[in-house]
Design a protein around this ligand. Structure first.
Ligand SMILES: [Zn+2]
Length: 463
């Protein structure tokens, strides 16, 4: 085993040295976390099907509707003419239906349509329609569990009320819509124990209206939504300053939906960096190491960029784990801009600035994450850490989860961003580790007989 982070020599205390020696002698029963999970060959083969050409064609098709402003036309005449958000919506629906035909109807294609009342950016009541496809899980014990990928198909130009002018929205967010579509096309060829939802929403630019409605519906209907992957601005524009090998993953720290009791626990135990959303972000980092999609996630421990928001927040507000993918470096002359050239600078969100190969790599990372989660057993429930006595070891307990053949305890230093160590504890629901709970953060995850890992669950104290 190799220790991932070694403190500078000057700061090593006798106690740390003792810990290092303990870790060194414990080699046979510990291994570095990277050495754990291996790729599932079915998932690895599916990722090879992600196509830059499909991604490019889908982004160009979405741009061809001229504008996809939520306030733009959606009457039958506009749909027939192929201009406006209604035409875009109908095309997305037909695309999902086409994928479903190719898998003998495996996808249930649905819409979530509602009328949004007048608001700051909605001058009159407006119909908003989310379009989505459901790949139902095949295991009755796991099919209620859901993982979801989303992007917003609406667009805007310099004027958020301009329903007529062009708003190509190639990067923002035809790129994210293309990720949802490509994940649906590729993953619908496989079967998973848990359910995957491929979502495209509208109303993002008017105030997260589509995702807000969808997330509320999921909450009201009691969806067991384990992870939401929001892709917004994943076009990887071709500026020289861009890093085409990196995509940012934004995740909330303290959950937006935490109640007073949960906040107290977070404050007392140092849980600020262990929201369910952040565990999803760490899971994505691990998936990228296992499946090597050609792009590295850069975990940003922050809800979103300064002054910006996105659809993942709608899900966070309803208590769901949700993260946002965004390209490494944004070019603001290409977002929310009328197409024009001013002082030699080209403005406008056009396909020619999008790096389609980059979008395809992001789609691969999304597909790998969705497939890994939908293949995995349910995360262990009721995960507790026993705190009734003052002792220097740590006992963890949990309830069994369906489809599991074993459990692993993961842990990391309180100052470490990612899980550093893992110990397999067999098919038991209790484990005692010779490590002080005061010094590390623990998680417990479920493993099946093919090596799929669930999201880890951080224990709460039990007296
Ligand atoms: Zn956007």
């Amino acid at each position: 085993m190799t220790c991932k982070k070694i403190a500078p020599k000057s700061s090593i205390t006798p106690r740390m040295l003792a810990l290092a020696v303990w870790i060194a002698v414990s080699v046979p029963r510990l291994h570095a976390i990277d050495a754990g999970p291996v790729p599932d060959p079915k998932i690895a083969a599916a990722l090879q099907q992600v196509s830059t050409e499909h991604v490019r064609a889908n982004i160009e098709k979405l741009v061809s509707f001229g504008t996809r402003l939520t306030l733009s036309a959606q009457n039958p005449a506009s749909i027939a003419s192929g201009r406006g958000i209604g035409a875009a919506r109908e095309w997305i629906r037909s695309e999902f239906e086409r994928y479903s035909k190719d898998c003998s109807g495996c996808l249930e294609v649905k819409t979530d349509s509602f009328t949004e009342g007048k608001a700051d950016r909605i001058p009159q009541p407006t119909q908003i329609t989310n379009v989505y496809a459901v790949l139902k899980g095949t295991d009755p014990q796991n099919d209620k569990r859901i993982v979801l990928v989303t992007g917003h198909y609406d667009s805007r130009n310099s004027d958020t009320f301009d329903a007529q002018g062009d708003a190509p929205g190639a990067n923002d967010d035809a790129s994210g819509t293309a990720v949802s579509l490509e994940c649906a096309r590729v993953l619908s060829k496989l079967k998973f124990p848990a359910t995957i939802v491929f979502l495209t929403v509208a109303g993002e630019e008017q105030g997260l209206n589509g995702s807000g409605h969808f997330a509320k519906m999921a909450k009201e209907q009691g969806w067991k939504l384990e992870a939401v992957l929001n892709n917004d601005i994943v076009g990887g524009n071709k500026d020289p300053e861009q890093d085409a090998g990196v995509v940012r993953v934004f995740s909330e720290g303290v959950p937006a939906a935490a109640d007073e009791k949960q906040l107290r626990l977070i404050r007392n135990l140092g849980g600020e960096s262990d929201s369910p959303s952040r565990e999803v972000a760490r899971y994505i980092a691990e998936v990228s190491r296992i499946y090597d999609p050609g792009i590295k996630p850069l975990l940003i421990f922050r809800l979103d960029r300064y002054l910006r928001g996105g659809d993942h927040y709608s899900f966070n507000q309803q208590g769901f784990a949700a993260i946002r993918f965004t390209e490494f470096r944004e070019n603001y002359t290409r977002q929310h801009q009328n197409i024009r050239t001013e002082n030699g600078i080209e403005y406008g969100d056009l396909p020619k600035y999008v790096d389609f190969e980059y979008v395809a790599r992001v789609a691969k990372l999304n597909a790998a994450t969705l497939a890994a989660l939908a293949s995995a057993p349910a995360p262990p429930a009721d995960v507790k850490i026993v705190t009734k006595d003052l002792v220097n070891d740590s006992t963890l307990k949990w309830s069994p989860s369906a489809g599991t053949t074993g459990y692993e305890v993961v842990w990391r230093a309180t100052s470490a961003p990612e899980w550093e160590h893992v110990q397999s504890v067999g098919n038991k629901t209790e484990a005692t580790l010779d490590l002080s709970k005061d010094n590390v953060i623990f998680g417990v995850r479920a493993v099946d007989n093919e090596g799929h890992r669930s999201l880890p669950v951080v224990p709460v104290p039990e007296r």
